[in-house]
Design a protein. Sequence first.
Lengths: 248, 271
Amino acid sequence: MKYKAPIRYMLAFVALCLAWQAGSLSLTRDVLPSPGETFALFLQALGSAAFWKDMGMSAWRLCLGLALATGVAFPAGLLLGHCRKADAIAAPLVFLTYPLPKVVLLPVFFTFLGLGDAPRIFLLALATGYQILVIVRGTALELAPSYRVSFRSMGGTPLQALRHVYIPAALPGLLTALKVACGTAVAVLFLAESFATRSGLGFRIMDAWGRGDATDMFVGILGISALGLALYGLCCLAERLFCPWRAP
Amino acid sequence: MNFEFVVKDLSKDYGFGPVLDPLSFTLAAGERLAVIGESGCGKSTLLRLLSGMEKPSRGAVTARRSDKNAASPVKRDSRPRSAFVWQNLGLFPWKNVLANLTLPLELAGLGKREREAKARAMLDELGLTGMDARWPASLSGGQRQRLALGRALIAEPDVLFLDEPFSALDALTRERLQEFLLVLLERRLCTMVLVTHDIGEAVFLGERILVLGGRPARAAAWLENPLSGAPGWREHAAFFRMSRQVHAALRNAAALQNTNGKDRTPADAAI
């Protein structure tokens, strides 16, 4: 590799902006505003409290949703991956409901949980939790039996195995799952915020669209992208922190 | 603690015919036993039975205190402590060298300070001084092997079970590690049971050699190899004589297996 990572990322960014600019020129600015004016407005928005309130609201919903998903799906994935009896019962339930598009349940959650934050966070957690569950279960199932044998031969109890073998062995899987879930989470967030709320970036995008303000809409889109990017970056950071043995 | 192991009529049947014919022998405290046989002949089964990781179908392995103070056994030590080195070593990639090494002590409930003091001494003995924070993946094959040996011995086991521990190494590294293992064992009172398919390894390390063969596996030969561990043993004329003897016993065992096969199933005979 000739260039270091920051330079390669800068180059990719410039290339994307050029493509954007070309698109804007060919589509007229009412459909696709140019990157220049969008970034200018985005920077301006960064100085406004209203934008940060929306950003903060969205970030809060995302983090809470992902935390809830991890808190439930990680232990559940470990349980299914390591306990055959539990897996025999629960795996059919999981895989029958896995392909179900969770977003279609949003109206149902609105009915049951009201129009506040709860149904939105619950939807986020449900959509990402399935991904985490399936990936963590897979990682647990793939754990080489030799580790279990080796640990058992040292006289370790099952509880000790959880701490010394099962959890650390599943951490890389969890972080991969979280990276995948970041993309899903941002997409689901947009949907969850486009109904019955007046806060969050999803609302901001739909609101600007309704007003026919393409540039402001793209400010929202940039905001939600930045949020997804930041979340993905956090996952990478967490991977370095919690899975140091996998560092190149 | 000195333990001798009495193996009586030990046999195993997984439900599709016996894999191990009744086997009886006694293993003295501190003795080194090498079990050799073809792949899939049941040596690893025997190891798991001896170690108690698997229950025998019939017969038993009993550990008896063989030292003078056996009259006043301390309850905690009334069972022998065993340790293992597996073919794939079983080092945990997510634990650094120090954490891998101290794991048996941690599981036994030793305090942090005590664990680390023991680990430092062991690292020095293993020639891994200063590598505490390295990941197993960053070690050479020989270093990983030494770490696995050290981890097995750190909790001062009474018996060490080795299941083809050096089979993944190149010939010279393997010889060095065999010698290193002898040095480690000489400083401890630890019985050794080694399972291998390598004749040189069995003759170098085993004071007694059990040749397994046939289906179900049976003791095709018991060879006394008292010079094992003597200085310059690998270069000794008797080493080669013993190697030839083991080789012949293995050949006989294979022949035995073929004749056995004929009066068992046609499929077996075809192999």
